[in-house]
Every structure is written in C-alpha cells, then in structure tokens.
Write a protein that binds this ligand. Structure first.
Ligand SMILES: Nc1nc2c(ncn2[C@@H]2O[C@H](COP(=O)(O)OP(=O)(O)O)[C@@H](O)[C@H]2O)c(=O)[nH]1
Ligand SMILES: [Mg+2]
Length: 295
C-alpha cells in the first residue's frame, strides 16, 4: 500500500491543527486563536484500504523568547527528517513576511515534495484568492497548490489522493484502528489546556501547563485529577475566577469533550498551582510532554 509521512509546517495560527483534525475526522490536536497552541509533535494516522498516511502537526516556527520556545522551534525543524511530503500551511488572510521567507528556506533545504496549502479561503473573495496564489507561485516551486478551508471544507479527497501519489509502497506502520500515538492522558490534558486558552488572554495562555495526576474508574464515571501550572499568583487568580466561576466553566467545557474522547462519564477536578519559571526548566517541559524529549 501507499504509506508515508506528511509534515505540516507553517506559521502559528495558519490552521495546521485544524487541518489535521478535519483530515482525520477526530480531534487529535487542540486548536485556539492563540499562537503556540501546539507544543509538541502530534501524529495523526489515516488508514484506508490502500494507503496509510501519518501526519505530523508541528509547533509553528516563531521567535524564541524562552527555553520552551527554543525547544518548540527545534522540534519544528527536526520533524522534517524522515518525511515524504511537506504541507506548507499558510493563512491566506495574512501577508507574506520574513517568517515565511525563513520557512521557504527551510523547505528548500529539506529537498522534499512541498504542497502549498493556501488556507482560510472561506474568509477571502475569489479574486483575492487568485491574486494571492499567483504571488505564492513565484515564491517557490511548489509541487502542488491547494486552496482550501481547513475549517469549513468537509471533503479532502483530492488532497489525499494527490498526496498518496507522492508516497512510496510500504507495509503499514501502524495498526488500522490507531489514529494517533499521543498517550490518552496527554490528550486529556490538552483538552483542558484548550479550554483554558479559549477562556483566557494575553500572557496567561503561554504560562499554562496541564498535567494529569490521577485517573480512576468506578462504576459511575472516570475520576480525573488534573494539575494546572501557572507562573504567577495573578494568573492563578484569573484561571480560578470570581468564586471559582472561571474554573467551573473550564471544568464544564473540558469534561464534555473528555467524555466524548473516553466515551464515558467523567468527573474532573482541577488543582491550580503556581510554579515560577516552569517554562525555563528542561525537565519540567519534558515531564509535561511538550517539545522533543530526546534532546
Ligand atoms: N475562517 C477560518 N478559520 C480557520 C481555518 N483554519 C483554521 N482557522 C482558525 O485559525 C485559528 C488557528 O488554527 P490552528 O489550527 O490552531 O492553527 P495552528 O497554530 O497552525 O495549528 C483557530 O481559531 C482556527 O479556528 C479556516 O479554514 N477558516
Ligand atoms: Mg497547532
């Protein structure tokens, strides 16, 4: 069967995680409007009768301000090793800038087939899409160009068949029913982090880490204890909210999605703790499952 690896690269917020989830018809990677939402390599596995594609969603390329950022950047470039096709996902509503230039340099060096995924066309007029595509065509000799909407479109057949034609013949790497290799606790922690990102602003989203401390089943439900780390007392106060109202909202929204993921009732407890500088500590970043582990 056709079998291979596809890496999704692009600036933060361009829609890589959204595309991954919609290609796989399941939420594998969390999505928010905050840059740096994705903090680790997330793999989505799509298997049909005659092909298996392994998509890797990478943290976006961005300026590194701290140890976590440095490691996320490193991961985004390392991820191209062993890849068969690159999807360069761009947000069609934003301007070409020096970050795009850096990414083009990176894909040039990789020497692999590159698809330009010109995303968010639902937000653009048709004539502007055409104009932009003409511009992008001149920036690099892309093997394929796909204007699409990762969010609104529900059929990616054309993209998938074209991608398959670039893949080698191989035995499948993963079992047919497997759709991601992320551990289940990590996926639960990520769903909680997503709800925090969606409900908070400014520096809070970047300062948050989530860790599942305990998970226990009884006849009624799955009881989950999650630890939320922040860096300052003020951030803890924001996440807890007036009389715990924000925390209740986060617990409610996260529980709903965790119940879908686990396919059972969930009772979720969240404990918020201040841990100054966790983003500067390598062992902490690794424990939390962000960035590359084998540095
Ligand atoms: N209108 C529109 N919004 C999109 C589309 N794809 C992604 N988004 C939004 O863009 C934001 C960033 O998406 P995300 O997948 O997290 O980007 P990533 O940082 O590249 O992984 C989210 O708010 C998405 O809902 C699209 O095709 N159309
Ligand atoms: Mg992402």
């Amino acid at each position: 069967m056709k079998c291979g690896f596809v890496a999704l690269v692009g600036k933060p917020n361009s829609g890589k995680s959204t595309l991954l989830n919609h290609l796989l018809l399941e939420k594998i990677a969390i999505v928010s409007d905050k840059p740096q939402t994705t903090r680790s390599e997330i793999r989505g596995i799509l298997t049909t009768e005659d092909m298996q594609m392994i998509f890797t969603d990478t943290p976006g390329i961005h300026k590194a301000f701290n140890r976590l950022s440095t490691r996320l950047n490193k991961e985004a470039t390392t991820v191209l090793k062993g890849v068969d096709v690159i999807y360069y996902v761009v947000d069609g509503t934003t301007k070409f800038d020096e970050e795009d230039e850096a990414i083009i340099q990176m894909i040039k060096n990789a020497g692999l087939p590159v698809f330009l995924i010109f995303n968010k066309i639902d937000k653009l007029k048709k004539e502007n899409v055409l104009k932009s595509l003409l511009f992008w065509k001149d920036q690099y000799e892309f093997n394929e160009i796909f204007p699409l909407s990762a969010l609104k479109q529900d059929d990616f057949k054309d993209l998938l068949t074209t991608t398959a034609s670039y893949l080698p013949e191989f035995e499948q790497f993963y079992p047919t029913e497997m759709i991601t290799d992320s551990p289940i606790d990590f996926r639960i922690a990520e769903l909680i982090r997503e709800k925090i990102l969606l409900n908070t602003h400014e520096e809070v989203p970047h300062a948050v880490a989530v860790y599942i401390e305990n998970k226990e089943m009884d006849e009624d439900a799955c009881h989950i204890d999650a630890l939320v780390l922040v860096e300052k007392d003020g951030q803890k106060a924001i996440i807890i909210g007036k009389q715990g109202s924000m925390l209740q909202k986060i617990i409610y929204e996260a529980s709903k999605e965790i119940e879908i993921l686990l396919d059972q009732k969930v009772s979720l407890d969240i404990f918020v703790r201040v841990e100054k500088d966790w983003r500067q500590k390598d062992h902490r970043i690794s424990e939390l499952g962000y960035g590359l582990t084998d540095e």
